[in-house]
Design a protein around this ligand. Structure first.
Ligand code: FAD
Length: 415
């Protein structure tokens, strides 16, 4: 494929042939399958199972599993581009797919760049075969429930969920909140703290374990009736003396902690969904003002200077989002420089706050009739509100980190 016949959500770029092929696939699936179904997941707050059948059939569940294990072998930047294209048509599918894909990236392409001892590396290479085979051969879905409602998901305390070593595996106790894909995932990739029997839990003892959905002592509970991203079905998980075999360790002991420090760009992986939503709000506005939304009266509103100015403002914001997003994903690497890290924070803030601002402008500009439930705009507005709340890089925490890290060099303190 030499050229794309659409502008991808991520913008124009010198894409590789493989990236073009994947973007075309995502665009086609999104426009023909995911967009027409998006309202139904939102209305019922139900999981997009039909979309997952399509992702599975297209090989997209295994997109980031290394090729040596039968997967698509996509790198970080390629994943981020494809996720933005999916987010343009269904935010819920893109956001939940991110949780699944991250489980394969942490164990795959990212783990390859994280320092390990020879023994750890050998253990990791042997164990990840099992996880990759489940995704590639069985089409298994992995969730990524890290949050607990404490400072742990913000990176400021050890996780309260614990795992104690016993013969052949781990005994897990605790709870998670906001577990997207709850009830849909076959495995829940949790972060927990190794319980070493002392009173001093330490974040360096964070363990990354896959808990099979069928485990005894594992349960899903709580209401799920939120403002937006309703189809993510992010309910609570409880673990009561859950036995998790050694083979379910997604990374060797202590390696996740190092990985999180080595690869800050992993915390930027929620952003493409919201870049996609920003594109959708902009696309809708243009076709609404031109009187071209299918099923709507062909009333044109484009002749009013106020609307023209608002569209220009939206386009400027969108170009800003795309530029910084593209820069951040193409330079993402282990151990980024200080400037690259700052740019990552800035990109996260710009996309998460900007997407909601573009959706806000879209509603104001299109006007009252555009916020009816049969049109996508009010859903885009609600869905886009959720991005800046997501830990560890909420809009607030990004400002906090950027300010501090700008004014203090590593290790610097005031007397
Ligand atoms: C649609 C949706 C889907 C989600 N899916 C998942 C998922 O699949 N997996 C997952 O792990 N999480 C998921 N989350 C959760 C998300 O990442 C956050 O953990 C969650 O929104 C935090 O909610 P909270 O009310 O506890 O937030 P907050 O109260 O804002 O944060 C929790 C704690 O973090 C610390 N904290 C927060 N802000 C600051 C600050 N500025 N300075 C210092 N400390 C701070 C505090 O200790 C605070 O009590 C999802 C969220 C949404 C909205």
């Amino acid at each position: 494929m030499d050229q794309l016949d659409f502008t991808p959500a991520v913008g124009d770029h010198a894409f590789t042939p493989r990236q073009r092929e994947l973007l075309a696939l995502a665009h086609d699936l999104g426009s023909t399958k995911f967009a027409p179904r998006a309202a139904q997941w939102d209305e019922a707050a139900s999981f997009p199972f039909a979309n997952y059948e399509d992702l599975r059939a297209a090989g997209l569940l295994a997109l980031c599993v290394p090729q040596a294990y039968g997967g698509g072998g996509a790198d970080y930047a390629t994943y981020m581009m494809v996720a933005a294209e999916i987010g343009r048509f269904c935010g819920v599918t893109s956001l939940t797919w991110n949780m699944h894909i991250c489980s394969t990236m942490w164990t795959g392409v990212l783990a390859d760049g994280v320092p390990m001892t020879e023994t750890q590396r050998a253990e990791h290479l042997a164990r990840r075969q099992l996880h990759f085979a489940r995704v590639v051969q069985d089409g298994a879905i992995y969730a990524q429930p890290f949050s607990e409602g404490s400072a742990a998901a913000a990176g400021r305390a050890p996780f309260g969920t614990t795992a104690r070593k016993i013969d052949g595996g781990w005994l897990v106790n605790g709870r998670k909140i906001f577990a997207s894909l709850s009830g849909a995932a076959n495995y829940y990739g949790i972060l927990c703290t190794e319980d070493k029997g002392d009173e001093h839990p330490d974040a360096r003892d964070t363990l990354y374990l896959a808990v099979p959905a069928t485990s005894a002592g594992f349960s899903i509970g709580g209401e799920w009736n939120p403002l937006g991203m309703r189809g993510t079905v992010s309910r609570n998980l409880a673990f009561k003396d859950v036995f998790v075999p050694d083979a379910e360790q997604l990374m060797p002991r202590g390696v996740y902690y190092k990985g999180a420090q080595t690869w800050p760009a992993m915390f930027f992986t929620l952003a493409p969904t919201y870049l996609g939503i920003a594109n959708a709000a902009y696309d809708f506005t243009v076709s609404y003002l031109r009187g071209e939304v299918p099923g709507e009266p062909p009333v044109k509103r484009r002749m009013y200077p106020t609307k023209q100015i608002a569209v220009a403002q939206m386009r400027i914001q969108l170009e800003n989002l795309k530029s910084i997003f593209l820069r951040a994903i193409t330079e993402a690497r282990p151990n980024p420089s200080r400037d690259e890290r700052m740019r990552l924070y800035a990109a996260q803030y710009t996309v998460m706050e900007g997407a909601n601002d573009i959706a806000r402008l879209a509603i104001r500009t299109c006007g009252g009739q555009s916020m009816m439930k049969h049109l996508p705009l009010e859903r885009l507005y609600r869905d886009s509100r959720c991005g800046a709340l997501m830990l560890p890089w909420t809009a607030e925490l990004v400002l906090d980190r950027m300010g501090r890290e700008t004014l203090y060099l590593p290790g610097e303190k005031d007397e």
